[in-house]
Design a protein around this ligand. Structure first.
Ligand code: KDO
Length: 330
C-alpha cells in the first residue's frame, strides 16, 4: 500500500483514468454469509470490523447468501472470488476432517469455552492447516449460540423429551456430512437444505422442523411457522472469521494487526449481543405462542455422545485433543 499512497499523491493533481485507479486501489473486502443483515454477527462486523479497517480497506458485506451460496465460501476465497466469510467447523470439516471435533454435539459448553479453545495452542495446527491448504486465515471465533430443536408440531402432537421422540421427524440440517451426522445422532431423520430455504420449507411442511439458536429462530422469523422449541442445546455453535491469506499477505504488519484486532473486537461485540438475545428470547417466543421447554438433557447428551464414539469423525480427531478441549471448559 506504499504504492497506493504514491499513486494517491499523484492523483491529487491528476484527473480522469488515474483517479479511477486510485478509487479501485483500496482493496475491497467482500464478505459473504447466509445470515441476514440484522443477525448479531453481521451487525458486529458492519459496526466494529468495517469501520476499524476503513483507512486502508473497504468492508463490503453480502447477506442472505446473495453473493456465494452457503457452503461454497471457502472455495470462493481460495479461488480469489471472495475475501472473507464467517465459516463453520462443519464447512472446514469438508476439507479437513479433524475440524468435525468442533462440530460435535455437546463438546463446547459455552461461549467462553469456545474462546478458550480458539486461543489455546491446541488450535495452532488446525489454523496452520487451514492457511496452508485452503489459503484462509481464521482470525477469531464468533458465537452463534446454543442450537435447539424447533418444530412445526405443537407439543401435544410431538413432545420431544428424548432422542427416541425425534424418530421419523424430518429435521432440516445444513448440507454437509458433519451436520447430517449430528441430526441422526439426535435421533431425527435429517434433511439437507440451505439456510435461505428453511422458512418456506417450514411453511409448506416439506420439513417438520429445523435446529438453530433462539436469536436465529427470531431473526429469520421461523417462529411464525413453528409451534415449539425443545431446548436440546445439542451444539454450542460457532463460526470463524475467515479471511483470505492472499489479501492478508499484501497488508503491512500494522494493517494486519488492525485487521486481527478488528476481527476479535467484532467477535466480542457479536458474542455479547447474541448472549443477551438468547437470554431474552424465551419470553418473546412464549409471547408468540410457542411452547419452549427443556427436555431430558442427560438422555440427549448420552445418546449423541455415544453416536460419535468410534465414528468415522472421531477417527479423524488428533490424539488427545478432545481431552484438551474438555479441560478448557469454564
Ligand atoms: C444454518 O444453516 O442453520 C446455520 O445456522 C449454519 C451456520 O454455520 C451458519 O452458517 C448460519 O446458518 C448462517 O450464518 C445463518 O445464520
Amino acid at each position: 500500500f506504499l504504492m497506493a499512497s504514491a499513486i494517491a499523491m499523484t492523483a491529487i493533481t491528476a484527473s480522469g483514468p488515474l483517479a479511477t485507479v486510485v478509487a479501485q486501489d483500496k482493496p475491497v473486502i467482500r464478505m459473504s454469509t447466509p445470515a441476514s443483515e440484522t443477525d448479531q454477527r453481521s451487525v458486529a462486523l458492519a459496526t466494529v470490523f468495517g469501520p476499524a479497517i476503513g483507512e486502508f480497506a473497504t468492508y463490503q458485506p453480502h447477506y442472505n447468501a446473495s453473493l456465494v451460496p452457503q457452503g461454497s465460501e471457502l472455495e470462493a476465497i481460495a479461488s480469489g472470488d471472495l475475501e472473507m466469510s464467517i465459516t463453520s467447523a462443519q464447512e472446514l470439516a469438508n476439507f479437513l476432517p479433524e475440524f468435525s471435533i468442533f462440530a460435535t454435539g455437546y463438546v463446547h459448553r459455552s461461549a467462553q469455552h469456545q474462546v478458550n479453545v480458539f486461543k489455546d495452542p491446541l488450535m495452532d495446527p488446525f489454523k496452520e492447516k487451514v492457511e496452508s491448504e485452503l489459503g484462509v486465515k481464521l482470525l477469531a471465533v464468533m458465537y452463534l449460540g446454543k442450537r435447539h430443536v424447533n418444530l412445526r408440531f405443537p407439543r401435544s402432537e410431538k413432545n420431544v423429551m428424548a432422542p427416541a421422540d425425534l424418530a421419523g421427524v424430518n429435521l432440516r440440517m445444513p448440507g454437509s456430512d458433519a451436520w447430517q451426522f449430528l441430526g441422526r445422532a439426535l435421533g431425527a431423520n435429517p434433511t439437507p437444505m440451505a439456510f435461505t430455504e428453511i422458512y418456506t420449507a417450514l411453511q409448506t411442511g416439506s420439513v417438520d422442523g429445523q435446529d438453530n439458536p433462539l436469536p436465529t429462530v427470531v431473526d429469520a422469523k421461523f417462529y411464525e411457522v413453528t409451534k415449539q422449541v425443545s431446548l436440546t442445546a445439542h451444539l454450542v455453535d460457532l463460526n470463524y472469521v475467515a479471511f483470505s491469506k492472499a489479501v492478508w499477505d499484501k497488508l503491512t504488519p500494522e494493517q494486519q494487526a488492525t485487521v486481527q484486532k478488528a476481527a476479535e473486537d467484532a467477535a466480542q461485540s457479536g458474542r455479547e449481543g447474541q448472549l443477551k438475545k438468547e437470554d431474552e428470547l424465551v419470553a418473546f417466543l412464549k409471547e408468540q405462542g410457542l411452547e419452549v421447554y427443556e427436555p431430558d438433557l442427560n438422555a440427549f447428551r448420552t445418546h449423541v455422545q455415544a453416536q460419535y464414539v468410534g465414528s468415522e469423525f472421531a477417527k479423524a480427531w488428533p490424539e488427545g485433543v478432545l481431552d484438551k478441549i474438555n479441560a478448557l471448559a469454564d
